[in-house]
Design a binder for this molecule. Structure first.
Ligand code: SF4
Length: 702
């Protein structure tokens, strides 16, 4: 007789990985004739994912149910992390915080958050830093994700929301530009939207130095030299203006700054631009004309455009293209920054950034400070001023200006550029506290490690790439002694004597304060409640009142600047800041793989995902490999001015001859960030991850 298998639990949740936030059902069963458990994941329909799951979502439960989960706090004693009680761990941390504040001042403490935290945790972490600790130093790993797109959207449109339209607009677009985004691997469940657009007659233009899985569906692939996207957009703009393809009436009625852009572009030389970008001028013309002549169109950018030392201006030049052709504020039109992290959008809206307060309020704006202070029940002057960006915080750690660091939901030793400096700095701290599910590369260096709940256990809201707020309910008990991140913050605040400001008993109570703090701000969540989220399938912000249905398609009549107009800007065509030289003749670019997420903390601990890519590698063109005497599959040292790492070579024609590609999901000796440049974009402080000059050598010849 076949054994009858009955589910032990059926859990509904959301995939914790990318910004689509696909809904998932995980069924827990006994393995027949075994005491072990088995899990099965299935997609459930929600408005974004339409029931699809990619391989990451199918296997996300593997890390949540992993035996490698941290189940007890750990404290370093005699150089080793050993199990400790919560009481001892929290007393160690709060005791140290108190003496650090007394002896060195609150700004000797840094707080480092993450874009995968729920909105509630992100909000509370910002409040914890400013109210409980009184430090100005808080920032998060989303600084490396889409800060360039965020600052560009704010300057051009007066608002930063990942998509200015809805996912449902994609099939209505007749031309789609995918610039520096590999959606087929990074947000795979979105691909059917693009396939549908193609069926409807859309042309797809992909801009990427690699022949990616996304480029495979392109009608036109511009295999651009890394770091030259701003120049490419200038070339496209010049052609659009010369061919009379600009939407003059839209430009006149709804924008400003066009004349300056026009006269700047008159001086631009298309053949020089083509040479800088490593492209054929005719291909640039085809892209420009195809996009401009389409009735509808959407431009998407992601890290390929944004993670540059001129990422802000590069994105702004793609926004110039959107405005010049009037493709925004109507069905099938718009701009989208394809967020990478699960809550990359919400993570940056609620005060986790060095320069922002909840609701996208600005920390250096007097009325914004006064409003948030009134919600928090403190005086405005008690809110510290503007801090520094994530990597700049690591520099302050290295300079021993910040001596205590509290890290929640992030792995900075792997994700920051110039990883050796970061590691040296972290080793010099008086106290490093890491709250995580696993003993990450950063946690391994910590003095205290706090175990936290995983996505199946931790309820709260996430805001997907469309700006749609979704409620993820807790679906299983927290294992061992792990705790929710928000509850850890409340307990620590209590021990610091600030418990009156952190009296929350649930994530819903935190969300209700967040709603109030965001009220009247750019990212207004006031009208969104847990009850509504349970009834409705996600609600777009801004949503200022409970009877407001939220706004999916932005800018139908006006932009968010006070005069209602969008702003063109003049962008220079230039080469990347760190250009190849005789000693470092190639450009290193990095990115993601289908099976992995961020620094691989979760996906490297999911057996099915880990098995797909077991170690890091470097893609190199066959001609380049021959030149540097590199065989396929051999160990290669990749070296820059900052340091080196060692990975296997993967010889492929899918990469440009002047470029090598290395994924970002591994730490230690395989960490690509040992070589990446820490040079920052002046507007948004994004490091130039995508353009580092390197040399490559087979290890056998070293
Ligand atoms: Fe969906 Fe993204 Fe998770 Fe894949 S990784 S299942 S696309 S949320």
């Amino acid at each position: 007789l076949e054994p009858v298998i009955k589910p032990l639990a059926v859990m509904e949740s959301q995939c914790p990985f990318c910004s689509v936030q696909c809904k998932v059902k995980v069924t827990e069963e006994n393995i027949p004739e075994s005491s072990r458990l088995s899990y099965k994941a299935e997609g459930i329909s929600n408005a974004a994912s339409e029931g699809r799951l990619c391989v990451k979502g199918m296997n996300a439960h593997q890390h949540a149910t992993s035996a490698a989960r941290l189940l007890h706090p750990l404290i370093k004693k005699d150089g080793r992390l050993v199990p400790a009680s919560w009481e001892e761990a929290l007393q160690t941390i709060s005791g140290h915080f108190k003496s650090a504040i007394k002896e060195r001042g609150p700004d000797s403490i840094g707080v480092y958050g993450g874009g995968s935290l729920t909105n509630e945790a992100a909000y509370l972490l910002g409040k914890f830093a400013r109210v409980a600790l009184g430090t100005k130093y808080i920032d998060y790993n989303g600084r490396f994700c889409m800060s360039a797109a965020a600052s560009a959207g704010n300057k051009t449109f007066g608002i930063d929301r990942g998509l200015t339209c809805r996912l449902a607009d994609i099939p209505l677009a007749r031309c789609i530009v995918l610039a520096g985004t590999n959606i087929a691997e990074c947000q795979p469940t979105l691909m059917p939207y693009f396939n549908k657009a193609k069926e409807n007659g859309a042309k797809i233009i992909v801009i990427d130095p690699r022949v990616t899985a996304t480029a495979a569906v392109a009608d036109l692939h511009l295999q651009i030299r890394p770091g030259t996207d701003a120049a490419l957009a200038n070339g496209m703009l010049k052609i659009i203006l010369e061919e009379g393809l600009a939407d003059e009436s839209f430009v006149r009625a709804r924008t400003k700054g066009f004349e300056e852009l026009k006269s700047h572009l008159e001086k631009a030389d298309l053949s020089e631009i083509a040479s800088l970008c490593g492209l054929n001028a005719e291909a640039i013309r085809e892209a420009a004309v195809t996009y401009a002549q389409a009735d509808t169109g959407i431009i998407f950018t992601a890290r390929g455009v944004e993670q540059q030392t001129d990422g802000h201006m590069s994105v702004r030049n793609f926004l110039n293209l959107v405005l010049a052709t009037g493709k925004i504020g109507r069905e099938g039109c718009g701009y989208g920054a394809v967020t990478g992290q699960g809550n990359g959008q919400g993570g940056r809206e609620h005060g986790q950034k060095a320069d922002q307060l909840p609701g996208y309020r600005m920390i250096d704006n007097e009325s914004d400070r006064a409003y948030v202070a009134s919600v928090w029940g403190i005086a405005p002057e008690q809110i510290p001023g503007k801090g520094v960006s994530a990597y700049e915080m690591m520099e302050l750690v290295a300079k021993e200006q910040i001596k205590t660091l509290f890290v929640m939901g992030s792995n900075p030793i792997v994700s920051n550029p110039n990883a050796r400096l970061v590691e040296e700095g972290l080793r010099k701290l008086d106290l490093l506290v890491v709250a995580d599910m696993f003993l990450t590369e950063t946690a391994a260096l910590a003095d205290v490690v706090l175990p936290v709940s995983a996505y199946l256990e931790n309820g709260g809201t996430m805001t997907n790439l469309e700006g749609r707020v979704l409620l993820r309910e807790a679906a299983r008990p927290v294992p061992g002694e792990a705790r929710h991140d928000w509850s850890i913050l409340c307990q620590l605040a209590n021990q610091l004597g600030k418990g009156d400001y952190f009296t929350f008993g649930s994530s819903e109570e935190i969300f209700n304060e967040l709603r109030l703090a965001s009220r009247g701000g750019v990212a207004d969540y006031y009208g969104i409640t847990y009850d509504r989220l349970r009834r409705e399938e996600g609600i777009y912000w801004p949503c200022p009142s409970k009877d407001d249905s939220g706004t999916g398609l932005l800018f139908r009549e006006k932009f968010a600047h006070p005069d209602g107009k969008a702003v063109f800007t003049v962008v220079e065509s230039r080469s990347p800041q760190e250009t190849p030289s005789a000693d470092y003749p190639l450009t290193l670019t990095n990115g993601r793989l289908l099976a992995h997420y961020l620094t691989g903390v979760q996906t490297r601990r999911s057996p099915s995902l880990a098995a797909r890519e077991v170690e890091n590698f470097m893609e190199i063109n066959p001609r380049t490999a021959q030149k540097f005497r590199i065989e396929d599959g051999e160990w290669v040292e990749v070296r820059s001015r900052r340091g080196s790492f060692t990975v296997r070579s993967r010889v492929t024609k899918q990469i440009r001859e002047d470029t090598v590609f290395v994924p970002m999901h591994w730490g230690g000796a395989q960490n690509v960030n040992r070589a990446t440049t820490p040079e920052l974009d002046p507007f948004c402080k994004m490091p130039g991850f995508k353009t580092s000059a390197v040399s490559v050598r087979p290890v056998r010849l070293l």
